[in-house]
Design a protein around this ligand. Structure first.
Ligand code: ZN
Length: 146
């Protein structure tokens, strides 16, 4: 009887260790939880997780901005991306892009400049939504989005 109980406790302990290890290996952000980085419609993330450089960017950006940043969306599953009219092969579907609301005390151009300083590569200014899109496409490009 005790043997079964001991084995059970042992399995629980192993599970805890494994989930701890998994969490420390998986890319994660200092300031943003998994929920705010996952697909808003279903919680999906790419198998490889959110791009490491994008997470570093977000943490650096948050450290430069006093108030908590508001993420509109980061990862998008293909269905969700289609439903909101996102580009096919959007960087969002690859876990390499994030849309961030412009903080209240900043104008969009100023915020885009700050994003660039913090290491953003693709920078899209969405004037109508007061949102800046940032992606890690491998080269610098700044553009205006409808
Ligand atoms: Zn989804």
């Amino acid at each position: 009887m005790t043997k079964v109980g001991e084995n059970f406790n042992c399995i629980i302990a192993l599970e805890n260790i494994l989930s701890f290890l998994l969490q420390s290996i998986m890319n994660s952000s200092k300031y943003f939880d998994e929920e705010s980085l996952s697909c808003p419609h279903c919680g999906w993330q790419p198998d490889e997780g959110i791009d490491d450089r994008l997470l570093d960017f977000l943490d650096t950006l948050q450290e430069q901005v006093g108030s908590p940043l508001e993420i509109v969306d980061c990862a998008r599953c293909e269905d969700y991306n289609d439903s909101i009219g996102g580009h096919k092969n959007s960087y969002h579907v690859q876990g390499k892009a994030v849309d961030v609301l412009v903080p209240e005390d900043m104008v969009i151009e100023e915020f885009a400049d700050l994003c660039s300083d913090c290491g953003a590569e693709g920078i899209g200014l969405k004037y109508d939504k007061n949102v800046v899109h940032v992606d890690m496409r491998g080269y610098k490009r700044r553009y205006e989005e409808e």
